[in-house]
Design a protein around this ligand. Structure first.
Ligand code: WQD
Length: 329
């Protein structure tokens, strides 16, 4: 299968590329390297440096002929999206619509979207299934929902089949240690904990320990990036075998608290990892856990690598490998 990954040089994209290459597929990576790392791009992949806002260049690359495209080229910091919505509407909406319209123009029939649990907003029941109300609480989540809605129309009007994969909290690194680049200036919990463990950051601020959860800290559904990557392979196979579209959650279906992450990271790294308990972060729900029943049923997908130990251990190994190059705080 020939698959083109937009945003394939990013944290998720490089792991998705690995999953396809591991089984012998042909991969193209189109990325503007605004946050993706060239050092993580597999040598076996064909690389196209470009921006999804450059519709002409996107069309030229698509005209080479691909069985499917995977769209991972989005800005994903929920907090930033509330401060700079114009940055997110331009890239995540206009850029994505370029990809959709150019796929139709160049007769690419299969489109996989990296979507997010952020489309749901505050959960009104748990675990969250795909029928849960979509009421995003941040602009980033809205951009993902907007693209899903457009895909629904384009599938009806132009026969573009799609699978939208709603990731819960992506975490971890390739367990064979093949990904060594780190995302700079992370906004998510686990990379921040690792920066504290590595001495890059002085301490962890725990955003609230007064939630109605077992230890008072926020609970999330952490899913290993290798499991997510395998979900993309299964989604591509699904599209090649079926002339239809699908939306599924990709989550481990188990909830872990900030405190559990912190305690396990201290154990595995052997570092103190100083933490300060501060006020809640506005917009954070107490708990968010997926139902991935539909992904199991329709794609045969299961989360095999998403244990807390595997997530923390595989991440810590990457921070250790980067230690000499990483400047201390
Ligand atoms: C996890 C938990 C925080 C940082 C976000 C986006 C979502 C998706 C995944 C892209 C929460 C707590 C965090 C810190 C903390 N992104 N925390 N101190 O908010 O669940 O989801 O990333 O698809 O769209 O919203 O992830 O890692 O920011 O937070 O206490 O310094 O860790 O309160 O309970 P989140 P997160």
């Amino acid at each position: 299968m020939k698959v083109l990954l937009f945003g394939g040089a990013g944290y998720i994209g490089t792991h998705v590329a690995l999953a396809f290459l591991d089984r012998g597929d042909t991969i193209g990576i189109y990325d503007n390297l605004s946050s993706g790392l060239k050092s993580n791009i597999n040598k076996k992949a064909k690389f196209f440096e470009g921006d999804i806002l450059d519709a002409k260049h996107v069309g030229e690359v698509l005209s080479e002929g691909w069985d499917a495209v995977i769209h991972l080229a989005a800005f994903k910091a929920a907090g930033e999206s509330m401060l700079k919505p114009e940055k997110y509407s331009e890239n995540n909406i206009t850029g994505s619509l370029n990809l959709i319209t150019e796929c139709v123009k160049h007769n690419v029939k299969n489109f996989i979207l990296s979507s997010s649990a952020a489309v749901y907003g505050e959960p009104s029941y748990l675990p969250v299934d795909e029928e849960h109300p979509k009421d995003p609480t941040n602009y980033y989540g809205y951009t993902k929902l907007c693209i899903e809605e457009n895909l629904k129309w384009y599938s009806q009007l132009k026969g573009l089949n799609y699978v939208s994969l709603r990731y819960f909290n992506a975490a971890g690194y390739d367990t064979e240690g093949r990904m060594l680049g780190l995302e700079s200036n992370p906004a998510n919990l686990i990379p921040i904990v690792m920066e504290v463990a590595s001495g890059i950051r002085p301490n962890l601020l725990v955003f609230g320990n007064d939630y109605n959860t077992p230890d008072g800290t926020g609970v999330r559904d952490y899913v290993h990036v290798t499991d997510l990557a395998n979900g993309h392979v299964l989604a591509a196979d699904y599209l090649m075998a079926n002339n239809t579209s699908l939306i599924v959650n990709l989550g481990s279906e188990s909830g872990l608290s900030v405190q559990q992450i912190l305690d396990t990271a201290r154990e595995i790294t052997g570092k103190e990892i100083p933490a300060q308990y501060v006020a809640r972060r506005p917009g954070d729900p107490a708990k968010l856990v997926a139902s991935s029943e539909k992904a199991h049923k329709e794609l045969g997908w299961t989360a095999k690598h998403s244990s807390l130990e595997s997530i923390i251990d595989s991440t810590w190994k990457v921070y250790l490998a980067n230690a000499p190059k990483t400047k201390a705080y």
